[in-house]
Design a protein around this ligand. Structure first.
Ligand code: SF4
Ligand code: SF4
Length: 131
């Protein structure tokens, strides 16, 4: 199974729904603020909130990430976790995580075997797409 059969994003936005969970690093904060032509402080006050002492992307009133609007509005500079999804290394640690990922992401084939998905995860990270 080639990688496009393993995963093809449906642009459904399901992975961008729900409260929080995206904690940008300092470097990512600088990159996103620059992309938005905002100062770091403007970016933090408009688009972020504190959660557990960490900076988290804000959730909009519609329950999705503040940057979701049909598509990710900061796609070129989105945080590493967003770039990595759904190729999470957690699946290499526990094969049961494949079912969790399949349930969370309609773009992951329901027919993919664990071995095929694990190979796609390894390939993704060997190419460092998220960097
Ligand atoms: S949940 Fe999966 S298919 Fe839907 S937008 Fe996110 S990555 Fe794409
Ligand atoms: S930054 Fe973009 S990809 Fe990440 S959760 Fe927000 S809208 Fe989705």
């Amino acid at each position: 199974m080639n990688s496009s059969k393993v995963f093809e994003c449906q642009k459904c936005g399901v992975c961008c729904k729900g409260y929080g969970g995206i904690f940008p690093t300092d470097q990512e904060i600088e990159a996103i603020a620059g992309f938005l032509d905002a100062t770091r402080d403007e970016f933090l006050s408009r688009y972020c909130e504190e959660s557990g002492g960490r900076t988290m992307l804000r959730t909009a009133e519609n329950g999705s990430c503040i940057f979701w609007d049909e598509l990710c509005q900061i796609h070129p500079v989105k945080p590493r976790l967003c770039k990595t999804w759904p190729y999470l290394k957690a699946v290499l640690v526990d094969r049961n995580n494949l079912a969790v990922i399949q349930n969370a992401c309609p773009g992951v084939s329901k027919d993919v075997t664990y071995e095929e998905f694990a190979a796609a995860v390894r390939e993704f990270h060997s190419n460092d797409h998220a960097d």
